[in-house]
Ligand binder design. Sequence first.
Ligand code: IVH
Length: 794
Amino acid sequence: MTDAQTAAIRIRQLRSQLEEHNHRYYVLDEPSVPDAEYDRLFRELQALEAEYPQLISAQSPTQRVGGAALAAFGEVRHEVPMLSLGNAFAEEDLLNFDRRVREGLGELLPAGDLFGAGAEVEYCCEPKLDGLAVSLLYRDGLLVRGATRGDGTTGEDISSNVRTLRNVPLQLQGSGYPPVLEVRGEVFMSKAGFEALNARQLAAGAKPFANPRNAAAGSLRQLDPKITASRPLQFCCYGVGQVEGELAATQVGVLQQLKGWGLPISGELKLVRGAGQCLDYYRDIGARRSTLAYEIDGVVFKVNDIGYQRELGFRAREPRWAIAHKFPASEELTELLDVEFQVGRTGAVTPVARLKPVQVAGVTVSNATLHNMDEVARLGLMIGDTVIIRRAGDVIPQVVQVVLERRPAAARPVQIPEHCPVCGSAVERTQLVKRSKGKETLSAGAVYRCVGRLSCQAQLKQAIIHFVSRRALDIEGLGDKIVEQLVDVGLVSSPADLFILRYEQLVVLEGFADLSARNLLAAIDSSRTPTLARFIYALGIPDVGEETAKLLARALGAMERIRQALPEVLTWLPDVGAEVAHEIHSFFAEEHNQKVLAQLLERGVELQDEGDLHAEFAACTTLATLIDKLQIPFIAVTGAEKLADKTASLEALIALSQDWLALSVFKNLNEKARQSLRDFFASPANCLRARQVEEQLRAFGMHWESPRRAVAGLPLAGQTWVLTGTLEAMSRDQAKQQLEALGAKVAGSVSAKTHCVVAGPGAGSKLDKATELGLPVLDETAFLQRLQLLQAKE
Ligand code: IVH
């Protein structure tokens, strides 16, 4: 055998193996080999095809990534026209359809039973997928052509595109398939695939798709099949077109055959008897519609017996043997009457669409959220426009698209108000602050805010509703309506006012009586001693949810420290980034907030669990981290470490950076970094800031020279540990922090002075050296146990 012949045999083997794995993965959803094995076979095939290009064929799985782009789609004539379906909207329409079917079959139907009930027809039921119809032509089991429906007689040749769909077999499996087999089905995109694609589109600055149907259509009709290949498209088969050869005698039987040859069919396929069971199926799928992974717009019923189908035939462009029973539309057209602006807890001014009421999927919709002004701009929305409204499942209705052709001449642009519609304060666009390497860059955020804070009744009400909510101060019996009333009558103008409410003020309010007034006062009273974490959460600092509140409380231990913390110091906390740190800092910097906070404490709010700085937090501070947090351009972590080693104190660092000669002989930094260091500390503002941060660290007891950090009393005081290899439960940095918190020094190399070595998988020379020196070596499990023991003692 020649090499080329051997290669051809191997190529055939590889293709059929890969197709088999593909089918198991994408159609059956039961992968049989790990991804790595699939990739290995795929690469082997690619390599062979590169060596023997004459053996490449369109049916090779390597072609699924999309070949060359086309200038235009070719035309395809459908031997058997691709028809559409009649629709049933009401149950009655379906009953009429079934009656017509039975009348049409007449004599052919077996007689009814002895009690006079008519014979019932068997129907094949499937969901009606909301995508686009596609025809796939297989000759001798090989996929040779894919086409769109077009006008039903002529469609577009999209062969290269359908080949990229992972659940379309390029070669049919098994045997017994007709030599010419045209299958028909729907190409669609799952809800999850659609969301992911739109997220990608947005990230890339491209226009998102209005719905999965548009996304599927837009993705399939691409001249460049590589684009199609990158889109999460799927195929589902529901019938056949041109066939030369024999197939089963029933619709369900044919679909089972197709499934056996590797074609995907609906998982919801069901055979029923009579119109009553069709309606049961319709209701069952309807009830599960929002939980299905893909969008459907109804169900399709087909007479199961193919002989009966032939007998019934067609009327105009619709089969008499099939019907689509549609669900109430989840998209409707309506008119945008106005855009109003709502003010939320943090002052965000959100546009809300007021719509001409319209029934969407059985519910009257008259409002829809527009999220923010960027969304309004993206939609290109104007007041007076006709818009498409969508309700998917139980989610809030959305405006998905403007129908530009219907824009009236009098359409008005949507404008963000200059003043808050509730309190009249200025409305400002939020700025996104990005701090990177010492530089602040501001960019326009998507959100506009009313600057009125708690002087704005809308924000005040929401702030108090949040303050008393279950996960915050948890004041029972203080529902939204009561809060609104208390604010409206002027009894409460800040959360602190809750704690000076009196019986005689409450008892005269609408809906209050003796007992309810007493109960509310008792509930307020018993909320006076929250934990620090709950209290921080209750304050409603933008971007500070429950988790961040807990973290702040646990790490910093006391209100006073949290209140004063500089943004740089806040970023010492894991998961607190520059933006959140900025929000926290500016919240407490604001005068009004300071006043309310002081009042709360004056009026008897007492935090339960204030205490020390968390030990772990106290110990994780080094001069190197401080240098790093200062974000000096061109000085990364390793540079910061070298500088810390060289200088040992902030003042020495400032002195060094101002001493041209000393700096130029410090060879551990490159020229760019040295220059940048010099520039940074040449600014008095930067020096001041650095000193302030250091001073705060010292005040908090987080400083490397703080007396609290005198490690003498700690269990690993005086010991030097070395970490090598990889750890699974934590990063090396985290392990280092924990060891340091216990008083150990963590060194980079093993010597006779090393006390202990922690070696994860991949450990090399350091482990060898430790063994050679006879040092104790811990694997990760032993290390974690030791840490636990030591931390328990602490
Ligand atoms: S049968 C002659 N079955 O609905 C029979 N169509 O309104 C033709 N569709 O063009 C189609 N799911 O794109 C059939 N289970 C299903 C379907 C389905 C979706 C689409 C298909 C067709 C349109 C007709």
